[in-house]
Design a protein around this ligand. Structure first.
Ligand SMILES: [Zn+2]
Length: 354
């Protein structure tokens, strides 16, 4: 999942631009051509999402010499399953013809229908350490969600807002299929998509073990939520996160920047070609957000929630409250590691510049 927070985005998300034949309203009715060819042998299937500000996630259907594969699998709603089936039908196949599904990261809009595809016969693969994180996140006991609730309260979020967010996250989890078995792929290993050779690259930040696939021969990058064309992916700090997710993210972007990629296939928004240009924009965006964060910390000792409300004055849902606070905390942690701000322990914890 990504944030589409006002004040943070370079421009509105418009999944309809370039190549789609449908309006969003048409898409929700699923009555028109739903998929389009975005690279030789690769078809984009737009899957509708019931999330304000983020109406589509792209699944990519790959036709290899030895069968069909899918990258990312949507959130599981009735409309989404219909869109997936329609997209597959556009290619002349059904659910049972998908042999392999690669899921870039554990978020519900990417994992949602993987279990349905598994039950239809597909093998589901993820970056190895992301599998355990996914099992923790979507455990029916909600331990990870409860730990996050406590974490946000510690950082100043009002309990009633936090409770709304907790319930919204639990409801989202109910749209993620159970999965029997997920195959693990390690960083740098190859992933065969029906005869098309790709390589997994670990791209931490948006989640700790988010991964992309690169087809080095054709210069195609299946980017997941790591590099998006019009919005920035949410980089959040959670109680279980690696130490500095924003530092991880910018490091991973830098390592990806000069790879021989000619076509970027993002999970949200349209495919694009200029990877290096977009990486530069994203890094510049976060550099300026870091400066804005220092300004918001100011001279008063504020908790992270108060700082988030300065950085994100308009928040429209419990999800956006969550993303805003987690994103603010990721920026604060990065600044703390650079020696620019300091956390003062307490209930709530407060921040000050050094
Ligand atoms: Zn995501």
């Amino acid at each position: 999942m990504v944030s589409a927070l006002r004040g943070q985005c370079p421009g509105p998300l418009d999944e309809r631009a370039g190549g789609f034949h449908c309006t969003e309203r048409d898409l929700s009715r699923s009555h028109c051509a739903l998929s389009d060819l975005v690279a030789p042998g690769i078809r984009r299937i737009p899957i509708p999402l019931p999330i304000r500000g983020l109406s589509i996630v792209n699944a990519y259907l790959i036709e290899g010499a030895h069968g069909w594969s899918l990258v990312d699998a949507g959130l599981h709603t009735a409309e989404a399953e219909q869109a997936l089936r329609s997209g597959l039908a556009d290619a002349g196949i059904g659910l049972e013809d998908v042999q392999r599904v690669f899921v870039t990261h554990l978020h519900p809009d990417h994992m949602g229908m993987a279990g349905t595809l598994e039950r239809a016969g597909a093998e589901v693969l993820m970056h190895t350490p992301e599998i355990a994180a996914a099992r923790r996140t979507w455990s029916k006991g909600h331990e990870a969600i409860d730990a996050t609730y406590d974490w946000f309260v510690r950082h100043g979020m009002p309990r009633d807002v936090d409770e709304g967010m907790r319930q919204a996250w639990i409801a989202m989890g109910e749209r993620v299929d159970d999965l029997e078995h997920i195959g693990g792929v390690d960083d740098g290993e190859s992933v065969d998509l029906g005869g098309r050779a790709t390589r997994l690259r670990w791209t931490p930040g948006h989640t700790d073990y988010h991964a992309v696939l690169i087809d080095e021969r054709d210069g195609v990058l299946f980017a997941g939520d790591h590099v998006l064309p019009r919005i920035t992916s949410n980089i959040g700090l959670y109680p279980s996160s690696r130490d500095d997710p924003l530092g991880d993210f910018m490091g991973a972007l830098t390592r990806l920047r000069d790879l021989p990629v000619k076509r970027v296939l993002p999970a949200h928004g349209d495919p694009f070609d200029d990877l290096a240009g977009r990486v530069d924009e994203l890094i510049a965006h976060h550099e300026s957000r870091l400066e804005a964060t220092i300004a918001a910390v100011g001279t008063a000792e504020r908790d992270a929630y108060a700082i988030a409300r300065i950085l994100f004055p308009v928040l429209r849902s419990a999800h956006e409250e969550r993303f805003a606070l987690a994103e603010t905390l990721a920026h604060l942690r990065h600044l703390e590691r650079k020696g620019r701000v300091r956390e003062i322990d307490g209930a709530p914890a407060r921040w000050t510049t050094t």
